[in-house]
Design a protein around this ligand. Structure first.
Ligand SMILES: [Zn+2]
Length: 152
């Protein structure tokens, strides 16, 4: 058995999010609403050596397959992530995350004066650019620290 296998054991069924940007694993958990107070069995590998990325994080969530909308948001914080769906210890599906054209109700706008922060019934919506996200209401751009503005 190799070191890598020892570090992060196989799961029976669920989702393996591999090639997560090093340091982003905890943000992936928060994105999935996992805070340790639920029953989800989760394995984390942080700063695992990777041929492709140097260092990467790996997140394994048992008993859960991620939805398309969860994958969209994942693409914003871990653009190189690969998704393996596991059933009975076998990989039944491999997916790349894809960046959507826009996301709604996922991020808060950093601009305090933005109408989406004014308690109005307006859904925060961002256009996804190559190098960031642009609020559709006030034009504010989020480039880094996307996870600081996650709504949950
Ligand atoms: Zn805004």
């Amino acid at each position: 058995m190799t070191d890598t296998k020892l570090r992060v054991s196989k799961i029976q069924s669920g989702t393996v999010v591999d090639h997560v940007t090093a340091g982003a694993a905890l943000h992936v958990l928060s994105l999935l609403g996992i805070d340790g107070h639920d029953d989800a069995t989760v394995s984390l590998g942080m700063n695992v050596p990777s041929d492709r990325m140097g260092r990467k994080d790996v997140v394994k969530v048992e008993g859960r397959e991620l939805s398309d909308s969860e994958l969209e948001v994942l693409s914003l914080i871990a653009p190189e992530a690969t998704i393996n769906i596991i059933r009975d210890y076998d990989v039944v599906e491999k997916r790349q995350v894809e960046r959507p054209d826009r996301v709604t109700d996922v991020l808060r706008c950093p601009n305090r004066d933005c109408i989406t922060n004014a308690g109005e019934p307006v859904q925060a919506a961002f256009a996804v650019l190559d190098d960031g996200l642009r609020c559709e209401y006030c034009g504010e751009i989020v480039r880094e620290d996307v996870t600081d503005y996650l709504q949950n």
